[in-house]
Design a protein around this ligand. Structure first.
Ligand SMILES: Nc1ncnc2c1ncn2[C@@H]1O[C@H](COP(=O)(O)OP(=O)(O)OP(=O)(O)O)[C@@H](O)[C@H]1O
Length: 257
């Protein structure tokens, strides 16, 4: 059974149809990318999968359960985590604290535990710190643990966001333009990291990305959108040789495939 089933999804903003009758599935333990020219509907799809936008029509089934009508926090608890195109770290907190915040949805101890600092609360705090260190080590940023997020280079901040998403122990990790602002060598490191996440943690990854080199190197499957509709789907070589895809990109002014 696929991890995610997107069924005839449509999203309208007033008279504008941002996503139109879109269906595709995300198999388990794969890396999948959604690509398309500017305004094609990629972010809208992400926002519907993560519960930020409510579809006008259609359904999204995650791990056997429809997520329609569920709040983003509940969807996170079900096993989805995301990063954002524009980083959303807590700028004044350090890296450890930012990564710990990714486990917010998993904590059990309530207000009583926090107020009286019960043994259960202490154990939970220690677990959160341990998991945060595991995640920082996994992405290679543990040496930055005590550094304030806003003072770090942009590439490291991106990794902090990924570590924070991993701390939620997701089944599906959604990465929104993770290569934006990275240089060539940082992009190669990112490709290795995305593969390692899928391989070692058995997580499915859904990626929106403009960098075609990265998409080609990292994806098992690609879905191509244009004007909110799926115009192609398949392996990177199938998709890149598809005349509809070439036309969609050549028709766009600011991007080349
Ligand atoms: N909140 C909104 N209100 C109105 N229209 C919106 C909203 N969000 C997106 N749109 C419109 O929906 C269409 C799809 O936008 P979306 O951001 O999903 O595309 P995208 O493929 O992610 O684009 P980009 O690559 O530029 O980020 C666009 O025409 C956009 O202007």
């Amino acid at each position: 059974m696929s991890l995610v089933k997107i069924k005839q999804l449509t999203l309208q903003f007033g008279g504008l149809t941002a996503v139109n009758d879109l269906s595709f599935e995300i198999p388990r333990e794969t890396i999948m990318s959604v690509i398309g020219p500017n305004g094609a509907g990629k972010t809208s799809v992400f926002n519907m999968i993560t519960g930020f936008y409510k579809p006008t029509k259609g359904d999204i089934v995650f791990d056997g359960t429809s997520i329609l009508g569920k709040k983003p926090s509940m969807i996170t608890q079900m096993g989805m985590a995301r990063t954002f195109q524009n980083l959303r770290l807590f700028p004044s907190l350090n890296v450890l604290e930012n990564v710990m915040s990714g486990m917010h949805s998993k904590t059990k101890q309530g207000i009583i535990g926090a107020l009286f600092h019960t043994p259960a609360q202490k154990r939970e705090e220690q677990t959160i710190v341990d998991v945060a260190y595991e995640c920082m080590e996994f992405v290679g940023i543990s040496s930055y643990a005590g550094r304030t997020a806003k003072n770090l280079p942009y590439g490291i901040q991106r990794y902090v966001e990924i570590a924070r998403a991993l701390a939620a122990r997701p089944k599906l990790l959604l990465l929104d333009e993770p290569a934006a602002g990275l240089n060539m060598s940082e992009k190669q490191d990112l490709i290795r990291l995305i593969r390692k996440i899928q391989r070692d943690l058995n997580i499915s990854v859904l990626l929106i990305e403009h960098d075609m080199g990265l998409v080609n190197q990292v994806s098992d499957h690609i879905v191509v959108l244009n004007y909110g509709q799926k115009i192609a789907a398949g392996t990177p070589s199938e998709v890149m040789n598809n005349p509809k895809v070439i036309e969609a990109y050549l028709g766009s002014e600011d991007e080349a495939i």
